[in-house]
Design a binder for this molecule. Structure first.
Ligand code: GUN
Length: 293
């Protein structure tokens, strides 16, 4: 069994990005600039955004954090989005989700100029991904593809089960795994809360990508000997031994599943660090105007 070290891979990629940024700047080019809008004080969002800003520093990017209280109106937020769309210095930006209930997330996502949508959430980027055109790809699935690539994991012709059908992870993950590409070229099954025989589907899979947000959902009896298991779960569970008062729990019952696997990602230190580094890669592409002018 090989433990996939997302922390080490992400550190390596950050170094690669930083080296490229210094080359760009030395040649008289523009330092990539990522802006992030954070609304309210959700604990998870605060941590994610702080980590994104920190990752920008490590990559040599300029970053701008824009904060609003949870009572900001939808119109005010949309006005800020439009301002960032027009700001030539900002190469890409994100609006951290979730947003307060009185604001339509879909409306905000669609207001972002798709050419600056480094989250890859805008329907134009999602649509372009679906038909295999260059686009910004959602960070978590793109990070998983990068792990499969760097660990030389064979995906062509393999049976891949994606657990979960969210717009951010499950759907783009399934799209990428079925893409005519390497990694890709897999036979993909997407399972969700209405799937009938989930255990049977999983136990036939060569690759399981678990993104349902249910701690310890994938047990050893669901996993084929030699399978590749990618755990996207990051549920916070109370843990008095931790300074933060919680720990992150994956969707996979790691201790009993790991011995059966050829490759497995741990939680934490697997997919998580790759998600942020994928956003950094998209920001570098945005800075270089590599996808859209
Ligand atoms: N909330 C959870 N994940 C993400 C993400 O990747 N981007 C944004 N903007 N919000 C999120």
């Amino acid at each position: 069994m090989t433990l996939i070290d997302g922390k080490a891979v992400s550190a390596q990629i950050k170094q690669e990005i930083a080296a490229e940024v210094e080359q760009i700047v030395a040649a008289g080019g523009k330092r990539p600039h990522l802006a992030a809008i954070l609304v309210g004080h959700d604990g998870g969002s605060e941590t994610y955004v702080a980590n994104k800003v920190k990752a920008c520093e490590a990559c040599g990017f300029k970053s701008t954090l824009i904060r609003y209280e949870a009572d900001i109106t939808e119109a005010e937020l949309l006005a800020k989005v439009e301002e960032l769309n027009q700001d030539a210095d900002v190469d890409g930006f994100i609006v951290q989700l979730p947003l307060p209930k009185h604001i339509s997330e879909q409306k905000v996502i669609e207001a972002i100029d798709y050419r600056k949508d480094v989250d890859g959430f805008h329907p134009i980027n999602v649509g372009r991904l679906a038909i295999g055109l260059p686009c910004y790809v959602s960070a978590t699935p793109n990070g998983i593809i990068e792990l499969l690539r760097r660990y030389n994991i064979e995906t062509s012709g393999k049976k891949c089960v994606v657990l979960g059908r969210s717009n951010i992870v499950g759907k783009p993950m399934a799209t990428l795994m079925m893409q005519k590409a390497n990694p890709g070229d897999a036979t993909v099954t997407v399972c969700h809360s209405h799937s009938r025989d989930l255990k049977k589907e999983c136990s036939e899979a060569d690759i399981i990508i678990a993104a349902i947000g249910k701690p310890n959902f994938v047990t050893a009896d669901m996993v084929k000997e030699g399978a590749v298991v990618i755990d996207v779960g990051t549920t916070r569970v109370p843990d008095a031994t931790k300074k933060s008062g919680f720990r992150l729990n994956g969707d996979v019952k790691f201790d009993e599943v790991a011995p059966k696997c050829s490759f497995i990602t741990p939680v934490p230190g697997g997919v998580g660090p790759m998600t942020i580094v994928s956003l950094m890669k998209n920001t570098l592409l945005a800075g270089k105007k590599a996808i859209y002018q």
